[in-house]
Design a binder for this molecule. Sequence first.
Ligand SMILES: Cc1ncc(COP(=O)(O)O)c(C=O)c1O
Length: 351
Amino acid sequence: MEVSPKTYEALCRPMIGHRGQGFKDLYGKIQPQLQTLLGTRQLVYLSTSSAWGVMEGALRNLVTRKVLNCMCGAFSDKWFDVSKKCGKEAEALQVPWGSPIRAADIDARLATGQFDALTLIHNETSCGVMSPLDEIAALKAKYPDVTFIVDAVSSLTALPIPFDSLGIDVLLAGTQKAFALPPGLAVFTASPAALAKAATVKDRGYYFDFVEFEKNARESMTPSTPAIPHVYALSSKLDEFYAEGLDARFARHTRTNTMLRDWAARHGFTLFPEPGFESRTLVCVNNGAKPGGRTIDVAKFQKLVKDRGVLIDGGYGKIKGTTFRISNMGDETPETIAHLIGILDESIAAL
Ligand SMILES: Cc1ncc(COP(=O)(O)O)c(C=O)c1O
């Protein structure tokens, strides 16, 4: 994921005070753009943190009895650890890396009546698995008192995630992945029920207090000093999204992702995720982690690719080397992906 010169320029705009009209105008301008992007009439909040700030904050604001952490990769697995570190009662719904989280499994756990919240990562970046959010969100009607907290860190902006019609309670994303901004900012929204619940929760802290976010956002402000350069950059990026058109942006991601899937198949590789649950923003190539497909020396391949001027990832955590990942998120276009594919072809030939 690359940060464009235009975004760097936006980051360098002259500074303004965060309690002045200039900031209110800036936040006021991006609020409707964010609401459209997240498919919500709720306010969208700006958190000066990476995604984990809001992921931890959601637990602290919204778990009162027990949380079900749906786990299918490194980041969703870690959310379970974070629940325990926050002192919350937590249970793991673990599926093997590469498999999606299925609604039927969640349903069976929620039916026990033990849980008042669940966490789900829509697009598990570590292993390229996208869980079926529509199917899972449909469970909310059956369990209205369970708070559904969804991380869309590496999928928001690449495909529609209509918060209000899904009926979920929290939707969050860091902006350094599919938004193609530098790290340091996260966006999120929360349902009226989630906000009402948070207001009753003690010890929810200050920095990530959802009630404070709501109160401040009504005045186009943030609870504490925001990373204003990032907000300028976000504003510039949102203008780009709407100049392109969201549907065109979504279609571009589908197209570039297909190009990478086709590249992998052409070279005899299979993908790591279970078929039908592959990410739309990256491909996670199976390189021996699962039976089937071709295997190569990933470290050597990665170096050959890097020597030709682009970066791919050599696999995350316990599947390092037995998988590798190639991203098509952010500003990648069919042209930049075609260029990348040329490099991948040359590098494979040089192995
Ligand atoms: C899906 C997902 N969730 C959460 C995170 C954690 O984000 P951060 O380290 O920026 O807080 C990542 C990071 O890559 C991610 O891919």
